[in-house]
Design a protein. Structure first.
Length: 250
């Protein structure tokens, strides 16, 4: 029962986010403003179609960036210091090859994911005395971020807390959920959990296929592989997760 109470304590704050998480998110089409990811999609699609950048300076610089990024050393055991070094090297490449306007259109989401990763790592590695201040700082930072990013983080947070209940026996887990939420909400959370498991399986298959390729082939074939595994409305989420996972784990 102690485990059930502990799991419930973890779960309750995030249940306020359940309505947000369960509401389907509408992804912007690729033709919307560049800051929403269209330019990066367009370059990826043109690479997939075999363009070389010979007649397009931006494409040529983007290809050089991908090649240089692929040569960076990814830490085998990523911690705060090693990740900060990797992200600083990436940022230096961006500033060397692109104008500030181009950087904003191409790398806004990458930069957000990097800042989120560093803040989470700093919190995880901090002393107990420093954790409250860092946690408050992370909450303030999240509140200042775009809505799509806050929703993605909230989804990740809620699913993580649901996973904290997994050590309980199924009957005990359902009893905790039903007592707290009622049967309808429990059923919806079951559906969410099933969707999460299905998505995790797809993501694992996608990443397995992607990481089996060389860096050069990965850049050329990523869009085709992404299209095979996921629907267009999932691409932004998958690409953000891919950048995070491949950045932290070689």
């Amino acid at each position: 029962m102690k485990r059930a109470i502990w799991g419930l304590a973890l779960l309750c704050p995030a249940l306020l986010l359940a309505g947000l998480v369960l509401r389907p998110a509408t992804e912007p089409p690729l033709t919307v403003a560049p800051e929403q990811g269209a330019l990066r999609h367009q370059l990826a699609q043109r690479l997939e179609q075999g363009e070389t950048g010979e007649s397009d300076p931006l494409m040529a610089r983007y290809q050089r960036f991908l090649a240089a990024e692929g040569s960076l050393t990814v830490p085998a055991d990523p911690g705060l210091a090693s990740l900060q070094l990797l992200f600083d090297e990436r940022e230096e490449l961006r500033q060397q090859l692109f104008t500030p306007s181009e950087q904003e259109q191409l790398f806004t989401e990458d930069r957000l994911m990097e800042q989120w990763t560093l803040r989470r790592k700093a919190l995880a590695e901090a002393s107990e005395a420093d954790k409250p201040g860092l946690a408050t700082g992370l909450e303030i930072w999240l509140a200042e971020q775009p809505q799509w990013f806050r929703e993605a983080e909230a989804s990740s947070h809620l699913l993580g807390e649901l996973q904290a209940l997994e050590p309980l026996a199924p009957a005990e887990r359902d009893a905790v959920l039903q007592e707290t939420l009622g049967q309808e909400a429990t059923d919806r959370l079951h559906q969410l959990d099933q969707s999460r498991q299905a998505f995790d399986q797809q993501l694992a298959g996608y990443l397995g296929e992607l990481t089996s390729l060389s860096v050069g082939d990965r850049a050329l074939q990523q869009q085709e592989i992404l299209s095979h595994w996921f629907q267009p409305e999932q691409w932004r989420r998958v690409e953000a997760l891919t950048r995070l996972k491949l950045g932290e784990n070689p």
